[in-house]
Design a protein around this ligand. Sequence first.
Ligand SMILES: C[S@@+](CC[C@H](N)C(=O)[O-])C[C@H]1O[C@@H](n2cnc3c(N)ncnc32)[C@H](O)[C@@H]1O
Length: 389
Amino acid sequence: MTPAARISAAIEVLDAIRAGVSAEQALTNWARRSRFAGSGDRAALRDHVFDVLRRWRSCAVSGGGETGRALMLGALRAQGIDPDTLFTGTGHAPAPLTAAERDGGAPPEGAAALDLPDWLWPRFQAALGAEAEVAAEALRHRAPVMLRVNPRRGTAADAIARLAAEGIVAEPCEIAMNALQVTGGERKIATSSAYLEGVVELQDGSSQAAMERLDVAPDARVLDYCAGGGGKTLALAARAEARWVAHDAAPERMKDLPARAARAGVAVRVMDHAALHAAAPFDLVLCDVPCSGSGTWRRTPEAKWRLTPERLRELTRLQTQILAEASRMVAPGGVLAYATCSVLNEENHDVISYFQCKHPEWNISGQEHWPISRQGDGFFLVQLCRVNG
Ligand SMILES: C[S@@+](CC[C@H](N)C(=O)[O-])C[C@H]1O[C@@H](n2cnc3c(N)ncnc32)[C@H](O)[C@@H]1O
């Protein structure tokens, strides 16, 4: 496909997204009816679509509208590309610009230029102060591809060499002990032997760093209460010997965990609610709670535009409830860890303050947040201990 034909395809997919189809589904639908497209075309299309999703608002202002066509016009203008060079109408290129399109559009300002909904910008400022603009800007760009080396399967040097042999370029990063940043061959990771044999896992740098902060004593009983796919359990289990238990209110989310754990060389027991209560208490209970994901929106940009104040309130209610439930399963002298991949106070400090207000027997023993950076997403971690054990 020519560069212009890829722009036509992006316009089609963006129109489907506007009509309510999810980005992943819209891309899959397009690929099914476009068998002529090669993997390079599909990758380029995906990049166009996700670049616009991250910058939807500013693209709409620059492009003069919210149709797929206007959004792509805006995206090209933002990159300093003259749309007339691609909107030629020849072959599979988009139709030439109308006079109105050529004269339309304006430079985005304020929250539009930062690609945040108006209601969220003050919340970013409240949470991040002088760093708010940097964070919003970071969310307008692609996320780094980060790997975690599994020390049970080899050293970082081994992993880098194995990845290189399969055309994947990776280098160590200071954000976490076992973190690698991939700078080439990203699309080969999922089929590489290093990944399939558990030498590396895909995991953001900040999540890795946060898991390094949690002390796990030998033979400790550790519960990952919101385990999902089990990424956090596996990160902890890679560096410590303990008794690992994973739970999630949606057990289907953990369906790949036994296979992933086996691949990583660790044993994790998956438990439902009844089994958990019988097995409690635990020395460490981690609550990696459901959240807005505001620290990760460069990976999931649709979520940035979907979040509403009502949904944020629902999430904070759920976070508060999970923290209270989980606290009842912590052994005397144990640690309750609360984590989100959000940068918003409402989901971080406010949830902890409310919890402490209702449960004054819990003290903060450690607290850290990671900004949205070149090596990691926004992440927040608090550790709580009971007063007097
Ligand atoms: C942020 S995700 C967890 C991601 C996971 N820890 C990882 O590293 O891949 C939050 C998880 O919390 C689960 N969840 C939601 N409500 C819950 C509840 N009341 N109790 C336990 N888990 C819950 C969701 O199903 C979801 O899988």
